[in-house]
Design a protein around this ligand. Structure first.
Ligand SMILES: *[C@@H]1O[C@H](CO)[C@@H](O)[C@H](O)[C@H]1NC(C)=O
Ligand SMILES: *[C@@H]1O[C@H](CO)[C@@H](O)[C@H](O)[C@H]1NC(C)=O
Length: 404
């Protein structure tokens, strides 16, 4: 993938522009003892002032352009300026896809202008009546989640997914990869499945580099309440779990790569670089397994990444459903083998939720019943049968926890 967003080159631009502006600043603040100026000094100051005005006339438009470019997006940096002012770095030419991505992200961003919700989608999950329909439905019947749909960007991994997205949703982006065809069903743990998983991590890293915060969510996660009320503040990276052991800090929690909230800063960018490069250290593993290994790595402490695990109490799944309808935010079809089982149980999940929501408030407050799921979802089949392309179709996520 070509790099989307290049923070380093932007910083260099900023630096080079500052250096052309700073001489004028120095002229304005030349150090002199405070006294009444002589005629000669007034004449001299006029020259200084004229020079200053001239410099401002030259520097101001570049500054304004720079700020405008910086504000709107990293890609819109005007090339003539960057090429004339850049020191030692060739101007980057941004391609159509990158412009499109920035446009989609800006359109979908929340009021802060830089937070989006992202999901990835492939053809199998995009088919009518499949996962995507349930996913979008959950936003509509969830409590306070409908308004979040306008911040959701669907990243389509193939043509079918992209076409379906355009038919269903406002913010769609087609993620293409040179030389890789994701249009085929990607079977769990096959080479193309792994490639797709790692492509996703690489892509999300570039989103962070572009300065956007994001909640990444698998599409088989039902959004039942607004999760932003439950996220930890002052945390760089917070991730949902298949199994929540104890405290949000406990590294033994079993994170699930299907749902996390990442804030864009140097620490998360370094963390994603480390995560992505670790695919070479642990070949044959998918992103979630590698995360489960590297979460103990001292490098994460060195980076200073503020990492927390989200309790299943709020962010549950079929592995460990939230016990309280009153507080649950999300329900993930994790610990589930097979697309048919997944669809079956997610439909029941939404039925359970609808039943709960249809109750009068006083009954909702005292509601004690649990979920009727999982029913068909389990990992049994995964344990007892070797993985084969015929019976595994799991879409673009990796919630199978094989030692669960
Ligand atoms: C990253 O660090 C550099 C220098 O340490 C700083 O200039 C830059 O603003 C930081 N970027 C973010 C997103 O925090
Ligand atoms: C779900 O399980 C029931 C009972 O085991 C079975 O009859 C049904 O075919 C399953 N449905 C799906 C969609 O897997």
């Amino acid at each position: 993938m070509k790099h989307v967003g290049n923070r380093r080159s932007i910083n260099n631009n900023a630096m080079s522009i500052n250096s052309t502006i700073s001489p004028s600043r120095n002229l304005g603040t030349s150090s002199r003892p405070l006294s009444w100026p002589t005629h000669f000094e007034i004449f001299n100051n006029w020259r200084v002032l004229a020079l200053l005005v001239l410099l401002l006339l030259v520097a101001l438009p570049s500054l304004v352009l720079y700020r405008a470019a910086h504000r709107s997006s990293v890609f819109l940096f005007p090339l003539p300026i960057s090429s004339s002012l850049q020191i030692g770095q060739s101007a980057r030419v941004y391609d159509d896809d990158e412009f499109k991505l920035v446009r989609v992200l800006n359109e979908a961003a929340m009021v802060d202008g830089k937070t989006v919700i992202l999901t990835t989608l492939n053809g199998a999950w995009a088919a009518p009546g499949s996962i995507i329909d349930l996913f979008l439905e959950s936003f509509r019947i969830g409590e306070g989640t409908k308004k979040l749909l306008k911040h959701l960007v669907i990243i389509a991994l193939d043509q079918n997914a992209y076409a379906r997205c355009l038919a269903l949703h406002t913010h769609c982006f087609a993620l293409t990869t040179d030389g890789v065809d994701f249009s085929q069903e990607a079977y769990f743990m096959t080479a193309s499945y792994l490639k797709m998983m790692w492509r996703r991590i690489e892509f999300l890293k570039s989103i962070l580099e572009m300065g956007y915060n994001f909640v990444f969510t698998d599409a088989d996660i039902m959004w039942l309440r607004d999760p932003f009320h439950r996220f930890f503040s002052d945390t760089d990276f917070q991730i949902a779990c298949d199994y929540f052991i104890a405290s949000p800090y406990n590294l033994q929690n079993k994170p699930n790569g299907g749902f996390y909230y990442a804030k864009s800063n140097n620490r998360t960018i370094a963390f994603y670089s480390f995560w992505y490069s670790s695919r070479e250290t642990y070949p044959g593993y998918h992103d979630q397994d590698v995360l489960n290994i590297i979460k103990y790595d001292p490098l994460i402490l060195n980076i200073g990444l503020k990492l927390k695990f989200l309790p299943t109490f709020f962010f549950g799944g079929f592995c460990e459903p939230s016990k309280m309808f009153q507080v649950v935010c999300t329900m993930h079809a994790n610990c589930c083998f097979g697309l048919e089982s997944k669809l079956h149980d997610l439909k029941i999940t939404l039925e359970d939720w609808r039943n709960y929501m249809s109750l009068p408030l006083y009954l909702r407050n005292t509601y004690q019943s649990g979920w009727r799921v999982p029913q068909n979802c389990s990992l049994e089949a995964l344990h007892h049968h070797p993985i084969s392309a015929d019976n595994v179709e799991l879409g673009p996520t990796a919630e199978q926890d094989q030692d669960a």
